[in-house]
Design a protein around this ligand. Structure first.
Ligand code: SAM
Length: 367
């Protein structure tokens, strides 16, 4: 069985390979969005490689795929007028995959093959890809676990933009970042932001996350940092008043009300008196900008019927994160009254001004 993709000529694979984590029970539209990334990434690859190289790589990979006999092709209903394709969950189950199984989609001559992906991290850190700034780059399948897209270039560029932005916010609102000693990235993922934070000052970096493979990656590639496994609820095994700054990007966008409150309390415990939090969340302006009409109405209804906190369960991240990891949206008023009980709120930045396109709050632990 094979898939014919309309709209572009598929040619694959180069330095940064396209890899997709397979989610059989994701909504069709989500799978669409994965596929939609493909032409963009392919364009980048094609620009950076000669056609002869690409052809040779594709042929070699095609042979490999055939020889390994692991490769399974799939018949997928195809959009008639565009290059979008929809994969039915059933089709994946029939091929024997379960949610979160990493696979590689391989396009060649209009056919889509699916191969289970080897997800071991490189044994030696000098085998890792390194970018122009000398930072080691995680494999694309690991990047995708945190952003939904295996986009290495975005990982590099957005990580740098975010780190610069948070340091700049700190310098503008909190003090001189050069004087910061201990910084915690709560929910550090595979280090998209943390790996770009300045190493020139005196700051020591700590990261906490739930994803064991990401922690393994960070321990290997950033031995100067300290990385610990998180849990659904606090406490963490760290002394009180350890940190000058806790930042957390795109984490309180996934937790339920009880978890959010408990982690805000835990951050309060972990911060030095006068220490700062920089954290992102999703409020009215984010919802207006980034959600579809039907979802927007559902969130706004939930806000108006409750107190401005909306937690939507879904199975989008099944197989990658625990069952509680879902979608959280909260109004600015909710943040002001609930987060503001614990911290002094210094600023709330709208998504349009932030590199992560989420709302960002800057807060201080009161003396
Ligand atoms: C959308 S990802 C963002 C990762 C990273 N901050 C970034 O911006 O690239 C959310 C992260 O929050 C982490 N997370 C969620 N709940 C957590 C908890 N209770 N303790 C530690 N990490 C948590 C997840 O494991 C995941 O890596």
């Amino acid at each position: 069985m094979c898939l014919t993709m309309a709209g572009f000529t598929p040619t694959v694979v180069g330095k940064f390979r396209q890899r997709f984590l397979l989610h059989p029970n994701r909504a069709t539209s989500t799978l669409f969005s994965n596929f939609l990334l493909l032409p963009v990434e392919l364009t980048r690859l094609i620009k950076t490689q000669s056609r002869e190289n690409l052809t040779a790589t594709v042929q070699a990979r095609h042979r490999q795929c055939g020889e390994a006999q692991q490769c399974r092709s799939i018949d997928i209903p195809m959009g008639r007028t565009s290059d979008k394709v929809a994969l039915s969950p059933q089709a994946f189950f029939e091929l024997g995959y379960k949610p979160g199984d990493p696979v590689q989609f391989h396009y060649d001559g209009g056919q889509l093959d699916i191969t289970p992906l080897e997800t071991r991290l490189p044994d030696r850190t000098d085998d890792c890809e390194i970018d122009a700034a000398g930072v080691k780059i995680p494999p694309a399948w690991l990047i995708q676990a945190f952003t939904g897209a295996p986009d290495t270039i975005d990982h590099i560029e957005s990580g740098k933009r975010s780190a610069d932005y948070y340091v700049d916010l700190y310098n503008r609102l909190c003090g001189n970042y050069d004087n910061v000693e201990r910084v915690l990235d709560f929910g550090c993922g595979c280090g998209r932001v943390l790996s770009r934070m300045p190493s020139s000052g005196g700051a020591r970096y700590f990261g906490i996350d739930l994803h064991e493979t990401a922690l393994e990656w960070l321990r290997k590639t950033m031995p100067e940092g300290t990385f610990s496994a998180g849990s659904a609820m606090p406490p963490v095994d760290i002394e009180a008043q350890e940190f000058d700054l806790i930042y957390s990007v795109s984490v309180l966008t996934h937790l339920n009300r009880e978890q959010e409150g408990a982690w805000l309390d835990e951050w309060h415990r972990l911060l030095k008196v006068g220490g700062f939090v920089i954290a992102t969340f999703r409020a009215e302006d984010w919802v207006d900008r980034f959600t579809l009409e039907r979802q927007k109405m559902a969130i706004r209804k939930s806000w108006s019927e409750g107190d401005g906190f909306c937690y939507q369960k879904h199975r989008y991240w099944e197989g990658i994160f625990p069952e509680f990891y879902a979608g959280t949206y909260q109004t600015i008023d909710y943040v002001r009254s609930n987060w503001g009980k614990r911290f002094e709120i210094l600023a709330i930045v709208p998504p349009a001004d932030s590199p992560n396109e989420q709302n960002t709050v800057v807060m201080r632990k009161r003396s």
